[in-house]
Design a protein around this ligand. Structure first.
Ligand code: 9MR
Length: 649
C-alpha cells in the first residue's frame, strides 16, 4: 500500500509473513481515541473531498451541522455518485477505524437512503466495502452514518464515499471523522487456550484476513491451533463467476496457519447462502427449474467447483465442511428445500462428498449444521447421515455449529446430541460456537451487564466440561470469531452489540475465557492486567441488583418518538425521592415529559420524581413517559442509575 500516515513506523513481523505497521511516533495511548481526519469544511474549502464522477462538490453555508459550512453535493446522475475522500495516506491495514459523517438532503429533496462505503483497489481491481448500510435521510435534519472498517491487505487506492439510493438527489455532508482507538497489548501471561485443551481437542477460531495482523494476529497465534476462514472459502468468494477462481484471501489465511502451526477447517463447499446467482442459471441464462438437463448442469458445476477449490489447497486443508445447513426438521423427509435440493434431490450431497474425497483423500469430510441439539433436528440429521453412509457416501464427521446463548440450550440436550452421534462412530466437531448474551430479540445492552457476563462464563465452563467428557468423540472445538470486537451477532438477528466470545472488544480475557481455562477464577476475577513484572488481578464481586429499568419505545415516527420508562426498586428498603439518570446514544432529545421533571445536557438526561410519585416501596415501581426527537437509529439509552446506583436494564 502506497501509504504512510504521519508518524507511522513499520515495526514487527508475525511469523515472518506480514509486515505490520503501527502508529508509533508519538505512540498513542491505549484506549484514547485518535482522530486521523476531521472534515468540518469551516475554512471554506472542501478539505480534500471531491466528486466520484463529475458531480459538483463544494463547501456551502446553506446548511451546516456545526460551524459555518457543510459540503454541498449537486448534479448527481447515478446512485453511486457522491462525495469521496482518499484515505490512502491516512489509514493503514490491520487497524480498526471508526468512520462518522453527518448527512442531510438538500432542501426540497424527497426522502431516500444514504450509505457510507469504502472503495479499495488492488492492482487496479476495485472492491467495495459497505461501512454503514442504507439509512433513511431527509431534507429536514442531519443523520449520522457511523461504522467501523479494517483494511486487511495492501491497496493502491482507498477512499470513503457517501452514496444515495436516489440517483439524482442533492445532499449535504458535514463533520466527517476518521478515528481509531489503540488497543492495549494482548495479555501474554495467561494460559493459552490451545495448551490448556491440548490433551482433548484442537481449538479454533473463525477469522478474516484482517485478524491475522497486529494484536489480533498475536491473540490468534497465542490461543488457537486451528482456524476457519469465516467467509473467504465460500462459493461467492472463491468462484464469483464460472471457472474464475479467486484464492487470494484464503491463501493468506492458509499461509498464516502453516507458519503458525495451526490447522485449517475449510468452510464451506456447498451452502444455500453466499452462492452466486450464476450457479442456478440454466444454459439459456434463466433461473433453473427441476429438469434432468438442469440437474446434470448443476451437478457438473458442483463437481468443477469442488475440484477447483479443494484441489487448489490439497493437503493444506485437512478438514472440509463439505455441506452446510442441509437439514430442515420441519420437512417430513428432513431435507432443506434449497435450490440444491429442488434441482438435484439428494444427489448434490452424494456428488459433493464423492468428489471431495476423490480430490482430497486425506481430508476429513464434515456435514455441518446449526441447532443440532434440538431433538427434532438432531434426529433428522442423524437419519440422513445413517442413510448416506449406508450408501457409501464418505461422511467422516458431523459438525455442530453451537450458536447458543446464556440460557439456551440445556446441557442435557447438548449431551444427548453428542451421545446420539457417538453411537454412529463418526467424528464430531464443534464448528461455530458462540454464546450470545441475549435470549430474545428485544434485548439490547449498551454495556454488557456483569451478571450476564458471569452467567456466560459459567456457560462456557459447562459446555467445555461437557466437550472434555466426550473428547474421545470430538476432534476440534471452534469459536465463531476471535474476540467481541467482531462478531456476526452484532447484526443478527437484530442490530445490537453482542459479546459472545472469550475475549472482549479490547482483546482482553473475559470471564468466559476463565470458564474455559480455569473455572476456579471465574467468580473473583474478570480482568487481568499485566505490568512488566507483576500481574494484577482485579476482583469483581457481583453487586446485588438494586433496581431495574424497563425502557420501551411505544411509538416512533419520522423524527419523533414516545417512550415509557418503568423503574422498580429491587431492594428491601423503601426509597423516598428518586432521580433516574441515563445517556442517549443517538442524539435523542426529550421535548415533553410527564410524571417527573427532566433536565438534559447533551446526551445526559436526569429525571426527578414528581411530588405525587416520590415513594418507591420495596419491590414497588413507578413509571413516567416522554416525547422526544431522534435521528440515526434511536438506540436504547443506558446505563441507568437510580440515585447514583446502577440499575439492570
Ligand atoms: O460469519 C459469517 C458472516 O460474516 C457472514 O456475513 C454470514 C453470511 O452468510 O455468514 C457467517 O457465517 C455463517 C456460517 O458460514 C454458517 N453458519 C452460520 C454463520 C453465521 O451466520
Amino acid at each position: 500500500m502506497r501509504r504512510v500516515l504521519a508518524g507511522v513506523l513499520a515495526t514487527s513481523v508475525v511469523a515472518g509473513l506480514v509486515t505490520l505497521a503501527a502508529h508509533a511516533s508519538p505512540r498513542a495511548a491505549a484506549d484514547e481515541p485518535v482522530v486521523v481526519v476531521s472534515s468540518t469544511f469551516d475554512d471554506g474549502t472542501a478539505q480534500g473531498w471531491t466528486s466520484r464522477a463529475g458531480e459538483v462538490v463544494e463547501p456551502s453555508t446553506a446548511v451546516a451541522r456545526s460551524g459555518t459550512h457543510g459540503l454541498a453535493v449537486t448534479g448527481r446522475a447515478q446512485s453511486w455518485q457522491g462525495p469521496t475522500l482518499s484515505l490512502l495516506d491516512k489509514a493503514q491495514k490491520g487497524i480498526r477505524y471508526d468512520l462518522s459523517v453527518w448527512v442531510r438532503l438538500a432542501a426540497g429533496e424527497a426522502p431516500t437512503q444514504a450509505r457510507l462505503s469504502v472503495e479499495r483497489r488492488t492492482a487496479g481491481t476495485p472492491s467495495y466495502d459497505q461501512v454503514v448500510g442504507d439509512t433513511a435521510v431527509t431534507a429536514n435534519g442531519w443523520v449520522n452514518l457511523r461504522g467501523s472498517y479494517t483494511l486487511a491487505a495492501d491497496v493502491d487506492f482507498l477512499a470513503t464515499y457517501v452514496e444515495l439510493s436516489s440517483a439524482t438527489a442533492s445532499l449535504h455532508i458535514d463533520d466527517f471523522a476518521l478515528s481509531y482507538t489503540p488497543l492495549p497489548p494482548i495479555q501474554t501471561d495467561i494460559p493459552s487456550v490451545k495448551d490448556v485443551l491440548a490433551a482433548h481437542f484442537a481449538v479454533g477460531a473463525a477469522v478474516e484476513t484482517a485478524q491475522l495482523l497486529n494484536n489480533h494476529g498475536q491473540l490468534l497465534a497465542k490461543h488457537f491451533n486451528s482456524i476457519t476462514p469465516g467467509n473467504t472459502l465460500k462459493w461467492d468468494a472463491t468462484e464469483p463467476t464460472e471457472g474464475a477462481f479467486r484464492f487470494t484471501d484464503a491463501e493468506t489465511l492458509v499461509a498464516w496457519a502453516k507458519a503458525n502451526g495451526a490447522a485449517v477447517r475449510g468452510h464451506t463447499l456447498v451452502w444455500h447462502q453466499q452462492t452466486p446467482a450464476w450457479v442456478f442459471k440454466d444454459a439459456a441464462g434463466n433461473d433453473m427449474t427441476a429438469t434432468p438437463e438442469n440437474k446434470a448442469l448443476l451437478l457438473s458445476r458442483l463437481e468443477a467447483h469442488i475440484r477447483g477449490v479443494v484441489g487448489h489447497f490439497g493437503d493444506d486443508i485437512g478438514v472440509w465442511d463439505v455441506v452446510n445447513e442441509v437439514v430442515d426438521e420441519n420437512q417430513a423427509d428432513g431435507l432443506r428445500r434449497s435450490k440444491w435440493f429442488e434441482i438435484t434431490g439428494l444427489d448434490y450431497l452424494r456428488t459433493a462428498f464423492r468428489v471431495a474425497r476423490e480430490v482430497a483423500p486425506n481430508a476429513r469430510l464434515v456435514i455441518n449444521d446449526y441447532n443440532t441439539n434440538v431433538p427434532a433436528k438432531r434426529d433428522k440429521l442423524y437419519d440422513l447421515v445413517v442413510k448416506l453412509r449406508a450408501e457409501g457416501v464418505p461422511i467422516d464427521a458431523v459438525g455442530h455449529q453451537m450458536h447458543v446463548n446464556v440460557q439456551w440450550p440445556a446441557l442435557a440436550e447438548t449431551e444427548a446430541m453428542l451421545t446420539k452421534f457417538a453411537a454412529l462412530g463418526v467424528d464430531q466437531q464443534i464448528t461455530e460456537m458462540d454464546v450470545s448474551i441475549y435470549t430474545d430479540n428485544s434485548q439490547s445492552y449498551p454495556t454488557p451487564p456483569a451478571d450476564v457476563l458471569l452467567t456466560q462464563a459459567y456457560r462456557y465452563r459447562d459446555f467445555f466440561e461437557l466437550y472434555k467428557k466426550h473428547a474421545a468423540d470430538i476432534s476440534s472445538v471452534t469459536l465463531w470469531g476471535l474476540a467481541d470486537d467482531s462478531t456476526w451477532l452484532d447484526s443478527f438477528p437484530v442490530t445490537r452489540k453482542d459479546h459472545p466470545l472469550l475475549f472482549d472488544t479490547r482483546l482482553q480475557a473475559k470471564g468466559a475465557y476463565w470458564g474455559v481455562v480455569d473455572p476456579g477464577r471465574i467468580t473473583s476475577t474478570t480482568t487481568t492486567t499485566t505490568t512488566t513484572t507483576t500481574t494484577t488481578t482485579t476482583s469483581m464481586t457481583m453487586p446485588p441488583v438494586r433496581c431495574t429499568v424497563d425502557y420501551r419505545v411505544g411509538g416512533q415516527w419520522q423524527g419523533g418518538f414516545q417512550a415509557e420508562v418503568r423503574i422498580t426498586n429491587a431492594t428491601t428498603t423503601a426509597i423516598d425521592g428518586w432521580t433516574l439518570a441515563w445517556s442517549f446514544p443517538d442524539g435523542q432529545r426529550i421535548s415533553q415529559l410527564w410524571n417527573g421533571a427532566h433536565t438534559q445536557d447533551g446526551a445526559a438526561v436526569t429525571v426527578k420524581h414528581a411530588s405525587w410519585n416520590s415513594a418507591l416501596p420495596p419491590g414497588g415501581s413507578v413509571s413516567f413517559g416522554f416525547l422526544g426527537t431522534w435521528t440515526g437509529s434511536n438506540g436504547k439509552p443506558g446505563p441507568f442509575t437510580l440515585n447514583g446506583t446502577r440499575c439492570v436494564g
